[in-house]
Design a binder for this molecule. Structure first.
Ligand SMILES: CC(C)(COP(=O)(O)OP(=O)(O)OC[C@H]1O[C@@H](n2cnc3c(N)ncnc32)[C@H](O)[C@@H]1OP(=O)(O)O)[C@@H](O)C(=O)NCCC(=O)NCCS
Length: 178
């Protein structure tokens, strides 16, 4: 099914914070972890305002994506990358392409900002359609979370970046506070 024709995507504003909290809470089955993570990232150094994007229909927020800065380190160097977390669509609006639109817009904005790699921990059947592939196959490691190879994924949005960047993904401390 295609997205509702009048869904618009825009950068999140201050007045949206409460609705974005509620949306993340509902989409993640009333868990507080994801909405609270969004709140913490917004206050952190890794927050990039234009990478907090909402999908709005008839003045209602029905989707949200947040991408923020992280780094990949190795013994020689450190590279800035982007991590995607979380993305959420209101349950009654799911499977209409809104998640796809949010992710595609997020990737485009990251590229425009000059970031070459997006990493995430996510559903291995959902993200490959956007170009995500298992990150450990490309010399990237994740030790902070004990996750299977297929859920730790990377998307190269600037060609050649995967040849240039190798090492361990370090999620900012914001991801580990409660
Ligand atoms: C994941 C999510 C954002 C997708 O949004 P959406 O608007 O429904 O996505 P789209 O309509 O663009 O795409 C729907 C596709 O996503 C797939 N999908 C949705 N949730 C999925 C999941 N948990 N695992 C695998 N695939 C999933 C659907 O099966 C569908 O696949 P199809 O196109 O092959 O039929 C939405 O389902 C959601 O908010 N889920 C709860 C929160 C969550 O798990 N977020 C992701 C982790 S950060």
């Amino acid at each position: 099914m295609s997205a509702e024709p009048n869904v618009i995507l825009r950068t999140e504003k201050l007045k949206d914070h409460e609705d974005v909290y509620k949306l993340n809470s509902i989409a993640f089955e009333n868990r507080e972890d994801e909405p609270q993570l969004v709140e913490r990232i917004r206050l952190s150094e890794e927050f990039i305002p234009e990478l907090s994007i909402v999908a709005e229909e008839n003045n209602e927020i029905v989707g949200h994506i947040l991408l923020s800065e992280a780094k990949v380190i190795n013994e020689q160097e450190e590279h800035k990358v982007i991590v995607l977390a979380p993305v959420a669509v209101k349950p009654s609006y799911q499977k209409q392409g809104i998640g796809t639109k949010l992710i595609e817009e997020g990737l485009k904005r990251c590229k425009d900002l000059g970031y070459g790699l997006i990493l995430l921990i996510g559903h291995p059947t959902y993200y490959p359609r956007f170009g995500f592939k298992p990150a450990r196959d490309y010399g990237l490691e994740l030790k902070q979370f004990d996750v299977a190879d297929e859920v730790f994924m990377v998307c190269e949005i600037i060609k050649g970046e995967l040849d240039r960047v190798e090492g361990e993904l370090i999620y900012p401390k914001t991801f580990f506070m409660n």
